[in-house]
Design a protein around this ligand. Structure first.
Ligand code: MSP
Length: 626
């Protein structure tokens, strides 16, 4: 049964960083959903906030040389400011360092401990600081954390455990019986796949000797709570759990937890089992979206490709950014962020389709109807089509919203807008005003009403611009705002400024993006510039005080060359003598540790493996490779 409330959450963001486009996306998505559900007549609670405990935050504070709480207080401002700027209308912003949150977390811990759901034990495992979690050897890829690609530390210590394993069968059944619990399908299958292996108990404590920044365990002062156990509980503490039953019962269970695909296990395995142990119902849907990529790669500080949402908003406007993010990502899949895509999408949808329609209609009414909404006379077939489609539009859009297919919801509205543009082309009201003013009035009424309904339906995505547009159009208060016919003829249409000025992609930027695209492929002539030849290793010795380097003397035909190569960890000097290798012979000589290297040898390497490239059969040294 559908109730009349809608509770949506975003992940709470770590305060060790400033918000980037990934954080902005989830938050905008939640905001858009909240606004749609409000428009559908539901009572909405939209929660976001910050995750402030744990090793990452402690380390960031240490690096900044400040107390963790001071660090959090400073960093949280970046999030609050960003959300304000992006027109995010959350109902509550939780911080896990708030007293009430800490108290309720301790209360939950104590209850679970008393019930025997938490016990003391010894634990050894691979701990990734980036993820703030232990990994099993199976989960590691080449011995590294699959998210951060670094080798986690092996840690052994006394800790407290939550009896997660005993809920494995129950969870599998729950996921099977509730197809909407984890979405999209790919993530649901991923979790079911994960649950095919035995589930361990969850280590929920950290010794203070290693990590002090956390919520103290109520039953052991020497430990703090594992940050995920603390963080996940925000979804219930924020709506009154343990403090305000009425409020809590009103909002819980959440309708949507929106998350990114990297935090599926914590949300779809840890969290439901925690709730089960506490004795609470599970959220209705956990929806995991994909990644925003930049040129097909994940954003990262080291690649310096992080897209800052506020830079985009400053440049193109908040609504344009919101529109792009929601239009361009198929929820559940990865999407590419590029400024040229952004500008193309902006110019085609917002400037050409929507913006043009607005200015055409407004200008014609201003010039020919003294800025009053014309009254419609009898409607023809063309008019009836626009009216019928406009009347059905809200239902179609809301159906898509319910399924979280917001990109499709937008497309439905935009194709309707395009159809109104075509209708204008067919009717040509700019000519009709001279020939048949009554028909011209009907056409403009119909087009304006279609535009108005479209604006109502796009307002959750572009609240500022569509709000401005709608406040210029007079409507009757007796009708639903999204119903055909709420438009009031005879009333004044206010003047509005240009909504979407056309933008040009900065040439420099465009060129850079093109260059990056070009960098994907090289021209045959580029390849020809590199001179590869065979060479034989005649002498090899270790470079003093550099445990990775070997100095080699190689023969290239009759010539001898000296090469410094970082292969000492893989080959001993002896085993190299006599081997035929591949040399880049026209590389500018370089000094490595003060020793001149006159070329570079080729090797295949991945992770901690490396193998030199040699020839299949014997061949003279100095033979060119083509
Ligand atoms: N603090 C935890 C969440 C605890 S919720 C109880 C956390 N924080 S985070 O700041 O690291 O990430 C928050 C969200 O941002 C995650 O959902 C993550 O998927 C999302 N994104 C981070 N980079 C992203 C992209 N490049 N694209 C889309 N979203 C990504 O995890």
């Amino acid at each position: 049964m559908k109730d009349n409330k809608f509770y949506v959450t975003t992940p709470i963001y770590y305060v060790n960083d400033k918000p980037h486009i990934g954080h902005a996306y989830t938050t905008i998505l939640a905001d858009v959903l909240a606004r749609y559900h409000e428009a559908m007549g539901e009572e909405v609670f939209f929660l976001t906030g910050t995750d402030e405990h744990g090793q990452k935050v402690q380390q960031a504070a240490e690096a900044a040389g400040v107390d963790p709480q001071v660090h959090c207080d400073k960093m949280v401002i970046h999030f609050k400011k960003a959300w304000e700027k992006l027109n995010i209308k959350y109902d509550y912003f939780i911080r896990t360092t708030y007293d009430f949150h800490k108290e309720v977390v301790q209360k939950v811990l104590q209850e679970l401990y008393d019930k025997g759901e938490i016990y003391a034990g010894e634990y050894g495992g691979y701990y990734c600081v980036g993820c703030e979690r232990f990994y099993t050897t199976k989960e590691l890829v080449d011995g590294k954390c699959p998210q951060h690609l670094v080798k986690p530390e092996f840690i052994k210590e006394k800790n407290y455990f939550f009896r997660m394993s005993k809920y494995q069968e129950w969870l599998i059944n729950y996921i099977r019986e509730n197809p909407d619990f984890i979405r999209p399908e790919t993530r649901r299958n991923e979790v079911l796949g994960f649950l095919r292996n035995p589930l361990d108990d969850l280590c929920i404590s950290r010794p203070k000797s290693r990590l002090a920044w956390g919520i103290e365990l109520p039953f052991d002062k020497n430990y703090v709570t594992y940050v995920w156990f603390d963080a996940l509980l925000n979804y219930i503490t924020a709506v009154g759990y343990g403090r305000d039953d009425m409020k809590f019962n009103k909002w819980w269970p959440a309708d949507y937890h929106l998350i990114g695909k990297d935090i599926v296990t914590t949300h779809c395995v840890y969290w439901p089992t925690m709730l089960k142990a506490i004795g609470l119902p599970l959220p209705k849907t956990i929806f995991a979206h994909g990644w925003w990529l930049v040129e097909e790669t994940k954003m990262s500080k080291s690649l310096r490709n992080i897209v800052k949402p506020l830079d985009m908003a400053d440049k193109y406007g908040v609504d344009a950014l919101r529109y792009f993010l929601i239009r361009e990502m198929v929820p559940g899949q990865d999407a590419n962020f590029s400024e040229s895509l952004f500008v193309t999408r902006y110019n085609s949808d917002l400037v050409n389709d929507l913006g043009n329609l607005v200015s055409r209609i407004f200008t014609l009414i201003e010039k020919n109807f003294e800025s009053r909404v014309p009254s419609p006379a009898e409607m023809g077939k063309e008019e009836a089509k626009v009216r019928e489609n406009g009347g059905q539009l809200p239902k179609l859009v809301y159906e898509k919203v319910e399924k979280l297919r917001l990109n499709e919801a937008i497309e439905i509205v935009l194709s309707y807008i395009r159809s109104i543009n075509r209708y204008m082309e067919v009717r040509q009201p700019w000519h009709l005003v001279k020939e048949d003013i009554s028909l011209a009035g009907t056409v403009l009424y119909v087009a304006l009403e279609g535009l108005r309904i479209s604006a109502v339906l796009l307002r959750p995505i572009m609240p500022e611009k569509m709000g401005r547009l709608l406040s210029a159009i007079p409507v009757s208060s007796d009708k639903r705002e999204d119903a055909w016919g709420a438009l009031l003829p005879g009333n004044a249409l206010k003047k509005i400024e240009h909504l979407f000025p056309r933008v040009k992609l900065e040439v420099k930027k465009k060129k850079k993006e093109e260059e990056k695209m070009d960098a994907k492929y090289i021209d045959i002539n580029d390849f020809k510039k590199i001179k590869l030849v065979t060479a034989r290793i005649e002498e090899a010795e270790k470079v003093e005080n550099a445990n990775k380097l070997l100095k080699l003397i190689v023969s290239v035909g009759s010539e001898k060359r000296q090469i410094v190569a970082g292969i000492a960890e893989y080959y001993s000097p002896d085993e190299l003598i006599g081997k035929t290798i591949i040399l880049v012979s026209n590389l500018k000589p370089a000094k490595i540790r003060g020793i001149e290297s006159q070329g570079m040898l080729l090797a295949a390497s991945a992770g901690d493996k490396l193998t030199l490239l040699t020839t299949f059969e014997d061949i003279e040294t100095g033979t060119p490779i083509s």
